[in-house]
Design a protein around this ligand. Structure first.
Ligand SMILES: NC(=O)c1ccc[n+]([C@@H]2O[C@H](COP(=O)([O-])OP(=O)(O)OC[C@H]3O[C@@H](n4cnc5c(N)ncnc54)[C@H](O)[C@@H]3O)[C@@H](O)[C@H]2O)c1
Length: 326
């Protein structure tokens, strides 16, 4: 459950964003800089891009699995670690579960050990609601929903949560686990859990067909990246520990999503259908009540508005014309 401790952060201390050159991490870094925090980004650039990072952050190219993390945390007097670095491709996790676990389990263990050793005050972990609950029993999955990860990625995220908890010293870092729904918005690419939006937008804006795997009746909960950043910042600024879903509670069929994306792109193309991906979840929708009540994240961006703004960004930036800040 949620609990509040000290206000964040102490003077002169930095915040570290692992995976800060990625889609969500770069938006988070921007938000933290705007709030006046000193931000350090650690990213190996395996899927991240330096063009997403503002000049105001210190960028360190490195791998969360490396032992040097402890030294970086001490050198920068890091108050809070936002651990977002991950292998994020669910299909890749199925094809190569060992690599997925190396990054997502061993990398998270490294973060936990280093944060404990360096006296970090809070760790905020990017977990996944969609990947760890499995198909929801009942209407929506709340944080107490049974855990049935159906991919190596989901199993690794769940293991990450548990390691961060188990390795937390008594009186050690406050631990905040945020279980994101399918996150979309500007700067996304085609790999994350809402990657289909980026793939479709690139294709439709380029005058090409887009593909729905299966009949389109499968459902997801699409949350705009600005709402995810609000949840991350609220957990940090209030030093709020606990486990929270970060979603909208709105269940959207993939066929409906396609129509909204096509409209946002000004495209009248019908989707092509391909075979359903084996093992894919039928339904996913998170109950965001705790996020609303405790983190104070109200009024999520409505999907069609968020998609219109995202399509606008893709119009300007698609085909490698730059990803964000630079
Ligand atoms: N996008 C979503 O829909 C979604 C949903 C649920 C959870 N999440 C989680 O949110 C986090 C951010 O996801 P994203 O969509 O921004 O993905 P992303 O791929 O854009 O960002 C991940 C970043 O981590 C970096 N990285 C990967 N391995 C690394 C390593 N070993 N050391 C250092 N850096 C490394 C990559 O270069 C990249 O910049 C991830 O932990 C992901 O699992 C995302």
């Amino acid at each position: 459950m949620a609990e509040r401790t000290l206000p964040a952060p102490g003077p002169g201390r930095a915040v570290l964003v692992t995976g800060g050159a990625g889609f969500i991490g770069s938006h988070l870094s921007d938000g933290l800089v705007a709030l006046g925090h000193r931000v350090v980004v650690l990213d190996d650039l395996s899927s991240g891009d330096l063009r997403r990072i503002t000049q105001e952050v210190r960028f360190v190219k490195g791998d969360v699995r490396d032992a040097g993390l402890d030294a970086l945390l001490r050198e920068e007097r890091v108050d809070t670690v936002f651990h977002l670095a991950a292998q994020v491709d669910v299909r890749k996790s199925v094809a190569d579960p060992v690599f997925d676990a190396e990054v997502n389990v061993l990398g998270t263990i490294r973060v936990a050990v280093a944060a404990a050793a360096a006296g970090v005050r809070q760790v905020v972990f990017a977990s996944s609601g969609g990947a760890i609950y499995g198909d929801p029993i009942g209407e929506k999955a709340d944080e107490d929903h049974p855990l049935h990860p159906c991919s190596a990625y989901g199993a690794a995220k769940l293991a990450g949560e548990k390691y961060l908890e188990a390795l937390r010293p008594e009186d050690g870092y406050a631990l905040t686990v945020l279980r994101f729904a399918n996150v979309y918005g500007p700067r996304q690419d085609g790999t994350g859990e809402a990657g289909v939006i980026g793939i479709w937008m690139n294709r439709l804006l380029g005058g090409e067909d887009a593909v729905i795997n299966g009949d389109g009746s499968q459902t997801r909960d699409f949350v705009h990246v600005s709402d995810v950043v609000r949840a991350l910042q609220s957990a940090f600024q209030g030093r709020i520990a606990g486990t929270f879903n970060v979603g909208t509670g709105v269940e959207t069929r993939i066929s409906t999503l396609y129509r909204l994306v096509a409209t946002a792109c000004g495209s009248g193309r019908e989707p092509r259908h391909a075979a359903a991906k084996p093992g894919e979840q039928r339904r996913s929708v998170l109950d965001p009540t705790r996020m609303v009540e405790v983190l104070g994240v109200h009024d999520p961006v409505e999907l069609s508005h968020g998609l219109n703004a995202t399509a606008e960004w893709f119009r300007l930036h698609r085909a490698g014309q730059g990803l964000g800040n630079r």
